[in-house]
Structure formats: structure tokens, C-alpha cells
Design a protein around this ligand. Structure first.
Ligand SMILES: *Cc1c(COP(=O)(O)O)cnc(C)c1O
Length: 378
């Protein structure tokens, strides 16, 4: 029954093969950023190709520890809770602090427990336009340590560091990584020879068709050769890009308005099931039904898809279709594995979509959600 997510394990494996190729050719390590995709049914598959996973805090770190046992378990958070720390250092092997203060508070304990200790830096080099909420280099950012703060760190804290971490990209190509590395070297170059590793963060759209992989590999080799560093990458999107669908049904097609556009009420919601559509914002690709080609003046059936919630802005997007839509028709949105299931909510008492996993051509129900899920969350 709609709505449901359908995750394609074969497509994930194709992505993993691309990422594994980068690891093999360069000797770098690639980790899954769990905050993008925590579908742990596929962690055994992911663990066969990648070095491990990275977590945003205790819960994701536990998930990696339980579901990808024996693989590397990294954690970064803007600040760590005292209550979580004892468990974190038992289950993680790498910990990255956000500030000299956090390093000072926790670094020694992490080090004594045998973890690799890193600090997130802010290279103060914005390479993205339009997505200010995804730019950790924007003025006033709380994420990462600027060179000014880094320079004034006490020696004994600096000596705890095994590596540096930066994360500044979002759905970007390797030319922006190259620009960022220039800034990292310009500001932090003097410290790099004293480190063991550098983590390039996520946001590398490595599995997108137009991504320049050779340039990425040159970036990796540059840090390996100049500074003798081991390089980590921790993409989220690239692991599960184009590997999932969201299936929904048409509940009502309203009469066309003055703009020739009909509102369509679906049984899925942008606000509840794909909040990034509103947050980012973007219009998700529609796989079914078939769309008109974007030729100027082309006629077709114009629809604005929206959810059944009370939020006026719960709009998924506008689409021009080849044939008319009817109540009960199925619609399928593409690229719904990333930042989707990890972000769903039950606002308005909306049911959560079930999750199916497709292996070869067989789809199997993995998670079913019902009224009890809603009641437990409110
Ligand atoms: C979000 C995030 C990632 C993953 O980013 P993607 O855009 O999904 O590749 C990796 N590292 C950190 C620190 C992040 O915040």
C-alpha cells in the first residue's frame, strides 16, 4: 500500500563499486555518512566495499557498531555530551572534535582509550552558491575551527591531534574540492606534516554521471604525496544516489485554475516524507507517469503535486504530463534513498511510508510503520 520507499540494493552496489574503485586506485578510505542513509539492512553490503561509517553522535555510532561490526567507526559532533562519552570511546575508533575547547575537554580521554583524535577545521572557503544552510564556511558558522582559533590552541592540546577534518561541500564536483584544498593548504599547510590523516568530509557527488573522478584522485594523491597523509572521504549521497523511489497514489485531481494548472492531492507529503524538497529546496524527479519534454509551447497536462497535510506550502512540485491523471493512479518519485527515510516525520498524523528493499527484481518489505509508531513519537 502506498506510500512506500523502495530501495534498490543493486543500484547501491553499483555506487559502491565506483567508490571502491577510488579506494583501490588511490589507497584512500571511504566511509558511509550515516546521517544521509541509515538503512542498516544494507550495511553488510556497504561494509563489503567501504572502510566503515561515520556518525553524527552516539545513536549513529551505535548503529554502525551493531550493524557493520569490525569496520571503522568514526564520529564527529559540534559538541559531545558528557553522558555519551564513555560509550562513544568504547565503540568508536576515530573521533573528530569541532573546537579547541571540545578537544581540550575530551581529547586526552579519547587518546588514552586508543582512539585516533581529529579536529574539524574551517578553511573559510565557500564554494557553493544558493545553499547557505549547507555552507559551513558562511560567516558566523559554528562548524569547524578557523586558523585564527587553531593558531592560539595550547601545545598540549595540539599534540593530541592525529588528523584534521573538513566538510564544506554539498552535492559538488571535484573542482570545488580542489579549490577547497588550496585554501586548506594556504591556511593549515604548516600543520599538515605533523598529522597522520586528513578527512575531506562529504558532499562529493562521486557517483553522479558528470563527476570528475580523475580530478578527485589527483586531490587525494596530492595530500598523500605532499604530506604523507592518509585520506578519508565520508560521502553520504554518493553511496545511495538514485537508489530509491517513493511510491504514492493520487487521492484527488482538482479542476484546473486560471494558470491551467490542476492541484493534485497525493497520499505522500513533502513536509513529512521528503522535507528536503522544502528545506533545500528542490523538485524531485518524477519517474512515473511520463512527463512531457521541456519544449517551449508544448501542451500537456499541468499538475501541481501536494500533500494531504494542512501546510499550504506542502507542495512537491509542478509537472507537465503526457496524459491526464486520475484518482488512484500511482506516482513514483526518483532519487528518494538519500536524506529521505532519515528525515521523515508524522506531522499532521501522517503515516510513515513503509520501506521495501529490492534485490535483483524481488522487493521485500523491510519496515512497516503504523498508528503505534505515530503514538510513540508524539
Ligand atoms: C553531511 C555530512 C557528510 C555527508 O555529506 P553528503 O553531502 O551526504 O555526502 C559527511 N560528513 C559530515 C561531517 C557531514 O556533516
Amino acid at each position: 500500500m502506498t506510500p512506500y520507499f523502495l530501495i534498490d540494493a543493486d543500484k547501491i552496489e553499483q555506487n559502491l563499486k565506483v567508490l571502491h574503485g577510488v579506494m583501490e586506485r588511490t589507497g584512500c578510505s571511504i566511509l558511509l555518512a550515516q546521517k544521509c542513509f541509515s538503512c542498516y539492512a544494507l550495511y553488510p553490503l556497504i561494509g563489503r566495499y567501504l572502510s566503515g561509517a561515520t556518525a553524527s553522535g552516539l545513536y549513529e555510532a551505535r548503529l554502525c557498531h551493531e550493524e557493520m561490526p569490525g569496520k571503522q567507526n568514526h564520529v564527529f559532533a559540534p559538541a559531545f555530551r558528557v553522558e555519551d562519552f564513555t560509550e562513544l570511546i568504547q565503540i568508536c575508533d576515530h573521533i573528530v572534535f569541532n573546537s579547541p575547547r571540545q578537544l581540550h575537554l575530551y581529547g586526552r580521554r579519547a587518546k588514552d582509550a586508543g582512539l585516533q583524535v581529529g579536529l574539524r577545521i574551517n578553511p573559510e572557503c565557500s564554494t557553493q552558491e544558493g545553499h547557505a544552510i549547507y555552507d559551513p564556511c558562511a560567516p558566523g558558522s559554528r562548524l569547524g575551527t578557523t586558523i585564527k582559533a587553531f593558531d592560539s590552541m595550547p601545545h598540549e592540546d595540539f599534540d593530541l591531534l592525529d588528523g584534521l577534518h573538513f566538510h564544506t561541500l554539498c552535492e559538488q564536483n571535484s573542482d570545488d574540492l580542489e579549490t577547497t584544498l588550496d585554501a586548506v593548504e594556504e591556511h593549515f599547510g604548516k600543520y599538515l606534516p605533523r598529522m597522520k590523516w586528513i578527512n575531506f568530509g562529504g558532499g562529493h557527488h562521486i557517483t553522479r554521471v558528470d563527476y570528475d573522478i580523475p580530478r578527485l584522485e589527483r586531490c587525494i594523491c596530492r595530500m598523500q604525496q605532499r604530506y604523507g597523509l592518509h585520506v578519508y572521504l565520508e560521502p553520504g549521497e554518493a553511496v545511495a544516489l538514485n537508489a530509491g523511489e517513493l511510491h504514492a497514489s493520487v487521492m484527488e485531481v482538482q479542476p484546473a485554475g486560471e494558470d491551467g494548472m490542476s492541484n493534485v492531492i497525493l497520499d505522500t507529503s513533502a513536509a513529512c516524507h521528503m522535507p528536503d524538497v522544502i528545506e533545500m529546496p528542490y523538485t524531485p524527479p518524477l519517474l512515473v507517469p511520463e512527463q512531457m519534454d521541456e519544449v517551449p509551447g508544448a501542451s500537456g497536462y499541468k499538475y501541481r503535486f501536494g500533500g494531504p497535510t494542512c501546510l499550504s506550502g506542502d507542495v512537491i512540485g509542478s509537472y507537465t504530463l503526457k496524459s491526464p491523471l486520475h484518482e488512484g493512479d500511482e506516482v513514483v518519485f526518483g532519487d528518494m534513498a538519500i536524506y529521505s527515510m532519515v528525515k521523515t516525520n508524522t506531522f499532521n498524523g501522517m503515516p510513515l511510508p513503509d520501506i521495501y528493499i529490492r534485490n535483483k527484481s524481488e522487493a521485500v518489505l523491510w519496515k512497516h510503520f503504523d498508528y503505534a509508531t505515530f503514538k510513540n513519537r508524539v
